[in-house]
Ligand binder design. Sequence first.
Ligand SMILES: Cc1ncc(COP(=O)(O)O)c(C=O)c1O
Length: 380
Amino acid sequence: MVTDQPAARPANPRFSSGPCAKNPAFSLDKLADAPLGRSHRAAVGKEKLLAAIEGTREILGIPADYRIGIVPASDTGAVEMAMWSMLGARGVEMLAWESFGAGWVTDVAKQLKLDAVVKTADYGQLPDLASVDFANDVVFTWNGTTSGVRVPNGDWIAADREGLTICDATSAAFAMDLPWDKLDVTTFSWQKVLGGEAAHGMLILSPRAVERLESYTPAWPLPKIFRLTKGGKLIEGIFKGETINTPSMLAVEDYLVALDWARSVGGLEGLIARADANAQAVFDFCDTHDWIANLADNPATRSNTSVCVKFTDDRIKDGAAFAKAVAKRLEAEGVAHDIGAYRDAPAGLRIWCGGTVETADVQALLPWLDWAFNAEIAAQ
Ligand SMILES: Cc1ncc(COP(=O)(O)O)c(C=O)c1O
């Protein structure tokens, strides 16, 4: 039992699951080259937007024939514009195992009013991926940010599918391998794994997704910020940096700085290794302490970004109050900000382990978990 406070604190206590920690080399003066006060349609603005698109392609290894667009309203905007623009052409299957996936189910069932096949699983588990029918369009989240459960790989996705796959990869992109040949629509936001600024979403389309956009017109109206086609043709400019409406050039500059940092740590491979090392430190801690466990039941599905843990000690009287109190102690000590479990998730903690977090900081946090846990057991 640890009662004394650990000697060392994390140098950076930011373990939020979004907006996530800025990269360790970040400082505000790195944004000095932002073309502020200039039109995003001027050459300087367009160059920056195109560099953001092509930098994304380079680091994530996105095929040359996939379109990459910068769109409004962060990841939510990207997912919703895809669903509103493409669904309804054939059957729809929705997979959800935590709150964000559940939000997409609500969109499809209650707003688009589509009669979708809905497959859900409790926090900690995945739905039966083997039962998915890829004659349907399939909407899913690569990494469930609020349960810390990810799909283990893309092997369950049919290579010869007739439907489209629409994948919310916001807490996976830049931390996990994404098999582009299995993904027709992929989305993420800048504020997640690269620690960028919230505002814009990234929408990545396979040639089959473009074919759907050009051959299908949904029955419902589309607001201007969702419109990807004009006269039945893709608006190609969107995928060259001619955004639908005005982007924040400060956020764009910040994303370019984040991409540069990503290159400096070895690109995607380096980023995955950093997230893996961070997550492994938490996994090892759970393995060696019998009062804490990963929320993910199956080790193959454990997230390496949004690592969710639960307290399993019999002495705990009120699980939700206990977890909140532990998070509060850690916050008060300045060793961990924003690590309480998501509001809809089971009681516990969520420790962001994406690549902008330093492994030394995760390692420095773990003895504090021990301290806060024991302090709270004694206090309750
Ligand atoms: C899986 C998932 N989808 C969607 C969102 C919403 O993202 P945004 O606020 O960037 O639109 C989040 C945010 O945490 C998320 O984790």
